[in-house]
Structures are given as structure tokens and as C-alpha cells.
Ligand binder design. Sequence first.
Ligand SMILES: C[S@@+](CC[C@H](N)C(=O)[O-])C[C@H]1O[C@@H](n2cnc3c(N)ncnc32)[C@H](O)[C@@H]1O
Length: 295
Amino acid sequence: MQTPPICNYEGSDYQDVFWEQGGRAYEDGAEAVALQRLLPPRGKLLLELGAGAGRNTPRYQNYERIVLLDYSRTQLERAQQILGSDDRYIYVTADIYRLPFVNGLFDGATMIRTLHHMAEPRLALEQVRRVLLKNACFILEFANKRNLKSILRYILGRQYWNPFSPDPVEFAPLNFDFHPGTLRAWLRQTDFVVERQLTVSHLRMGFFKRILPLNFMIWFDSMAQLTGDLWQLSPSVFVRSHASGNAIQPAAPGAFFRCPACGADLQDTPPQLVCTACGQTYPVENGIYDFRLQS
Ligand SMILES: C[S@@+](CC[C@H](N)C(=O)[O-])C[C@H]1O[C@@H](n2cnc3c(N)ncnc32)[C@H](O)[C@@H]1O
């Protein structure tokens, strides 16, 4: 099966340069507020899709266990350094388009700052739905093309693409902004029911960061987030939905991994998992399961 291209973060210094040295304390703080509002009070097993270096993972303490999934091994190694050893964390390198888990496994999932790398977002959402139990909570962040700045730039003739058109815009290779209406339609089509939307990062501009204190910016954003169900004009939107439909059965007790190549169930046998159906092997090295397939 051919899958869409992957935005590869292998060897990237994303966590250190973009977040820690990049002057993004405001965005990070605003996202923390949004997650706190949207996360359920407790849960058993959470799938963090595109976990990167685990920036958000400590915010998911209400879950008993967390699977950090990312295509990049170096991002997960950075996460291991930052989070330290903890039996509650399971590290998995895999492609979101080929999730290596049995159906109906997780009772929660988050996908923050990751969908914007998906050339086929609907396919990715189908995969997420497949591995969730019915009624599982799914918190999705997406980059909003219909934000105030892009609307103004379009009106002033400084941006060629139309922020109101429903199609995604690829503003850089494998970097997409989405229309909120299109995103909600994809969620409905893939058996998710939208419960709540929060608009996030309203003040994401160098000008505001220069003149306003950080705490005020985060407080202002936390208030403005509450308009998210009425309109979405911020560059980032958080959507909480739950999995619906009866097509996916709960995972059998003890079942966890499945072969991303052929779909057969896999026994969890580190240091190597072997698919008895197709013969593919998957190594587990330094605590990271590797389910990436060579194309
Ligand atoms: C912008 S980073 C966000 C990391 C983290 N969620 C955060 O907010 O700090 C996007 C992450 O998505 C991962 N990613 C992109 N495409 C992927 C795919 N097809 N499968 C798995 N991970 C993917 C990248 O490796 C990268 O770590």
C-alpha cells in the first residue's frame, strides 16, 4: 500500500530551537490552558500522535499510560531525555497513516501541531478512529487558514490564496493550513462527534510579544479561547470530539500491536517483534519500538 509522504523530523532540533530558544512561551502557555480545559478528568491509555520531544506529554497526567508516537526516532530520544524513565510511557516510531495498533485500543488520543503535516488528513483521521474505542476522547489541534491575519493580508492583496475557500493551502512543502468547516466535515465523515472548539494563539505576533507581558497574553488568550464555538479566527484551533459509530469493536484483552505491513496481530516480544503472517520484523531498541517500513 502506497502511503502519503512524511514530513521527516529525523535529526531536527525542533524542540530546542523552535520552542526553547524561539520565544514561544506564549504559544506554549496558551496551549497548556486549552489542553487543561479539554482533557477528561481521567483515562486509561492515551495515544499522543506526533508526540515530538514530548512537550505536551506531562500535561496528560490523568491517563494511566501514554503511548508517544512519532515518525522520528531522534524526537522520541529527546523525549526520553526530557521525561526521564517512567513505565507509564511507551515510545513508538511509526507512520500515522499505518498505525501499528489493533482496532479499538485507546480511550483517548491527542494530535497537536501534527495534522498540518498531513497531505491526506482524512486518511490520517480514519487511522486514528480505527484504534480508538467508542466514546474515546480525541483532542485535535489544527492550523486555521481562515485566521484574522490571513484574511487581512488577502484583502490587502498581500496573499494570493483565499482564506475562505474550503480546500487546504500548502504554504510550504508538507505544511498545510485547513479551513475549520472542512476539518469539522472530515471529523464527521470519519465517525467523530465534535463537542467543543477553542481558538488558540490569538496574539501570535512579534509586535504583541514585544509590548505585552507574557502572563497578560496567556490570560487574554485563555478568555478569547472561549469564543471558539462561535467563530474561529485564530491561527490555531483545538477541537475536542469523541469517537462514535459501531464499526470498530473493542480490542481483545491483551491485544495491543498489529503489523503495519499486513494488519495481523503481533505478539509483544522485545527485542524484536516478528509478524507470523508476513514475516516482517520490528526491532525494539533502547525502549523504542520501531514500526517504520522501508519503502
Ligand atoms: C511540529 S511537530 C509537533 C510535536 C509536538 N506535538 C509538539 O506540539 O510539540 C510535528 C511532529 O509530527 C511528526 N510527524 C509528522 N508526520 C508524521 C507521520 N506521518 N507519522 C508520525 N509522525 C509524524 C514529526 O516527526 C514531528 O515530531
